[in-house]
Design a binder for this molecule. Structure first.
Ligand SMILES: NC(=O)c1ccc[n+]([C@@H]2O[C@H](COP(=O)([O-])OP(=O)(O)OC[C@H]3O[C@@H](n4cnc5c(N)ncnc54)[C@H](O)[C@@H]3O)[C@@H](O)[C@H]2O)c1
Length: 327
């Protein structure tokens, strides 16, 4: 199939693209190569996708913004399925630059949906986020939980989801929005709690916890996220729907820091700093809707996933570790 992966030079998009190329699909990546984090990491992501081409599929990479409609129209011509991962990710970036986030995440999504509608693509699979929920009225979040985002990023993801639903209801464009809950694994974005903890511990420094560490998170391993996206190449069981994509269990940030510290260097202390603006206190997914509609069953638990990530980090430290890269 002809597949378009927006944001395919990023963490999640490159893993989706890599899997699809490996399974024989012809993939086009469109990515603006936003220097929000080190572009060297994005080039590595693209190399990983390119190295999968030996198995049958192909990849071409186009450096462009999804807000550029003329390019989008050209790229989407002949596309069967779109995996829309392009966004200015991250709550903190959105607090700093809310207008840019609106342009990329909302306007960019609308342009993409409109181009997809005109080209009659089979499906647009959208990366949404647990950030749409905001403050919990109850936990775990199911998809009926009120949505009251507490950051410009959460607002942008919610608006994008609504556009996707409306394009399905009004124009019949098949769309599925996946509300990811903190995704982690090899090649993950730097400057997230997990990478910061591992990075500091491997350098013999205490991991720094923002707030008291009582915040809880569903950490979802990248393989579980890739698997559900891959399934949606041909599965129409969730068209028009919004689904939580979370993990098997939650963990509080203090326990995560301790788990990583104990695995890497148990003698290290823990450090605490002020909480970050816009961060949700708790995220916890009820994934029963995704299980019911698509048979979604996350398989990688947090301890196994953390061990795998630490092992990968050690093997790839020379190019991935921010301190090694800076030296
Ligand atoms: N990583 C997570 O934990 C997580 C959680 C919830 C939702 N998400 C969503 O999943 C998607 C992928 O996230 P990620 O962690 O891989 O982030 P990422 O920053 O690694 O990847 C996003 C990619 O999109 C590209 N991009 C940004 N704006 C663009 C534009 N206007 N046109 C084309 N490309 C553009 C960036 O250059 C980047 O390579 C995003 O939509 C994000 O909001 C991620």
């Amino acid at each position: 199939m002809e597949v378009l992966v927006t944001g395919g030079a990023g963490f999640i998009g490159s893993h989706i693209a890599e899997r699809l190329v490996r399974t024989g699909h012809d993939v086009t990546i469109v990515d603006i190569m936003e220097p929000y984090y080190d572009l060297g990491l994005k080039r590595r992501n693209i190399e990983a996708v390119e190295s999968a081409t030996g198995d049958g599929g192909s990849v071409r990479v186009v450096e462009e913004s999804v807000t550029d409609r003329a390019s989008l129209d050209e790229l989407i011509d002949g596309t069967d399925v779109v995996f829309h991962q392009a966004a200015q990710a991250g709550v903190r970036a959105s607090v700093e630059e809310p207008l840019k986030v609106n342009s990329y995440n909302v306007v960019g999504t609308l342009e993409l949906l409109d181009a997809a509608r005109k080209e009659d693509v089979d499906r647009v699979v959208m990366a949404s986020s647990s950030s749409v929920y905001g403050k919990p009225a109850y936990l775990p979040y199911d998809e009926e939980h009120p949505t009251q985002p507490v950051s410009p990023y959460g607002v942008s993801k919610l608006a994008a989801e609504h556009y996707a639903r409306v394009y399905y209801e009004i124009y019949g464009l098949p769309t599925v929005s996946l509300r990811y809950f903190t995704v982690y694994g090899p090649r993950m974005r730097p400057n997230m709690a997990m990478t910061n903890f591992v990075s500091r511990c491997v350098h013999g420094e205490a991991p720094v916890i923002y707030g008291d560490g009582s915040q809880t998170r569903d950490f979802t391993y990248i393989e579980d996220v890739v698997a559900i996206n891959e399934q949606l190449v041909g599965d129409d069981g969730a068209d028009g729907e919004v689904l939580n994509i979370g993990s098997t269990d939650t963990i509080d940030i203090l326990s995560l820091a301790k788990t990583i510290r104990d695995a890497v260097d148990p003698v290290l202390e823990l450090e605490f700093d002020d909480p970050r603006a816009g961060d949700a206190q708790h995220t916890h997914a009820d994934v029963s809707k995704a299980t019911e509609l698509l048979g979604y069953e996350p398989v990688v638990g947090i301890r196994a996933g953390v061990d795998r990530f630490i092992a990968w980090y050690r093997e790839n430290r020379d190019w991935y570790d921010p301190l090694v890269r800076a030296s």
